[in-house]
Design a protein around this ligand. Structure first.
Ligand code: ADP
Ligand code: ADP
Length: 232
């Protein structure tokens, strides 16, 4: 089975005249080991799709499978466990805990799962993301770009099968952005991870193997081997 499969996914916010049809029947599958960019104008449903795929938002129709597991068939507890064990999520707004240091934020998913960090992997994540000398800082003491990298490290530290990343380079300068993308690319290559990344940036999308385009809650394009010229 693909790593992630969405079948006729619909999501409607509000009711009656105020209803917003954020997703209008999205069918898409993400192969294991693929790095996919989700693109499209603001309001086209990219973040909603990512949240629905990751089991963070309810569906109003259709279904999502992670591997062979149908999310709708899981109770809250099993959904939480599946998210913990198999999914990493990089939030657009970082969602770092303000009272914890960078290191404690990065370790949080391991602590919640009762797992010990793999020291070599932890060091690699921290070094590649340039966080070695920031580990003792709290989020308020970090720049936006540093907070972004802490959020990426936190999503990768458990070595999840699937990583969903919402604008992971949105707050980074082009050099730091390229490093984060190179790291995501390398973790796909070395660990067979599956990455689904929302981005506005054609240069970021060109790091991916595939670009899927949304408009008004529908898929309107699907391109393999995107280049910056093709996705502009
Ligand atoms: P994108 O990520 O492409 O900018 P979103 O998925 O954030 O798009 O939003 C898609 C549509 O759904 C937009 O019209 C947005 O205003 C609406 N929307 C998203 N989240 C909510 C919510 N929690 N409540 C109401 N409307 C929402
Ligand atoms: P690209 O695939 O975009 O050419 P590279 O593979 O050259 O990118 O790597 C870009 C970034 O990823 C660099 O910062 C490098 O340190 C990091 N990187 C490369 N390979 C690995 C790896 N096996 N584990 C962790 N980080 C890696």
């Amino acid at each position: 089975a693909p790593a992630v499969t969405a079948t006729r996914v619909t999501r409607v916010y509000g009711t009656g005249d105020a209803a917003v049809h954020a997703l209008r029947g999205v069918d898409v599958a993400f192969a294991r080991g693929a790095f996919t960019a989700i693109m499209g104008p603001s309001g086209s449903g990219k973040s909603t799709l990512l949240h629905c795929l990751a089991g963070l938002d309810a569906l109003d129709g259709g279904g999502v499978r992670i591997g062979d597991v149908e999310l709708a068939g899981l109770g809250d507890r099993r959904l939480t466990l599946l998210r913990r064990e198999r999914i990493g999520f990089v939030f657009q707004a970082f969602n770092l805990l303000p009272t914890l240091t960078a290191e404690q934020n990065i370790r949080l998913p391991l602590d919640l799962a009762g797992r010990r960090p793999d020291p070599a992997w932890f060091a690699r994540v921290v070094d590649v993301l340039g966080l070695r000398d920031r580990l003792a800082h709290r989020p308020a003491e970090l720049s936006g770009g540093q907070q972004q990298r802490v959020a990426c490290a936190r999503a990768l530290v458990t070595r999840p099968d699937v990583v969903f990343a919402d604008e992971p380079t949105g707050n980074l300068d082009s050099r730091a952005g390229a490093e984060v993308l190179g790291f995501l690319r390398a973790s796909v290559r070395d660990m067979g991870q599956t990455i689904v990344m929302v981005t506005h940036d054609p240069v970021a999308a060109a790091h991916a193997d595939r670009a899927v385009f949304l408009r008004d809650g529908r898929i309107v394009g699907d391109l393999h081997r995107p280049t910056p010229e093709l996705v502009l």
